[in-house]
Design a protein around this ligand. Sequence first.
Ligand SMILES: Cc1ncc(COP(=O)(O)O)c(C=O)c1O
Length: 290
Amino acid sequence: MTVFLNGKLLPLEQATVSVLDRGFIFGDGVYELVPVYSRVPFRLEEHLARLERSLGETKIRNPYSRAQWRAHVYGLIDAHPHQDQGVYFQVTRGVAKRDHAFPKNVDPTVFMMSNPLVNPPAEQVEKGSAAVTAQDNRWFRCDIKSISLIGNCLLRQLSAEAGGAETILFREGKLTEASASNVFIVKRGVIQSPPKNNLILPGITYDVVVELARANSMALEFLDIPEADVRAADEIWVTSSSKEVLAIVELDGKRVGDGRPGPQFRRMYQLYQEFKQKVMRAGKREAVSA
Ligand SMILES: Cc1ncc(COP(=O)(O)O)c(C=O)c1O
């Protein structure tokens, strides 16, 4: 497997970083995961814009221009044989003597890898998945895509142990998101989701779902969603770059709606697949030399 480390493509076994890297010591870094379909990165510009924002919010120096980021992503895709890939990249603050305060004059560490993309299998899309719920006990900057994911890992483990696909989170009695995805519900035909703020990650898939709903005149609103509304929802969906749009049909062991993926989900899933096909057919790569 070929990976990217600090400007170079090299075999995984040769890609090493110092144990003093602040990513290792403090989880002091940010990341992205871009899905690639038929070798075309999906929403690359949006992922790069979110990365730039995460770097800005954490005051980590961005080592590359937008065009350089693009070139590195394309280079990594080209180094892999799979048509569909998940390109992961992270930037940490760099290597320095352990001290919480930022080091001066340190180069950020950039690591990128690509794995075959695993979207939910057809059976899971057809039947839906189970989820559990938990209190959202993460920090108040969930809008930053930070590599410090221990909170998310602990929460995800709850559903993993219960055989579920996700852990859906409530803070002060209101829906936030899930451990690694955004959440939508359907109530009396209206698609609802929490507004973007510091309590959720601004999901790229969330934006696609919102655009598709608007373009197809599906009723949609953003609002604070009480826990009781989630438990009484007709449909629950989770969205992420790897899960795409997935129906949750069982929550804490109770049926959601009639226990099957609902009509709004089926429509949105179809629209999402059609949109993906359109992007792939266009097959456009942005100019690398901007
Ligand atoms: C906490 C959290 N929320 C939402 C998402 C969905 O984001 P995206 O649609 O950009 O993959 C993710 C994806 O990793 C996530 O980790």
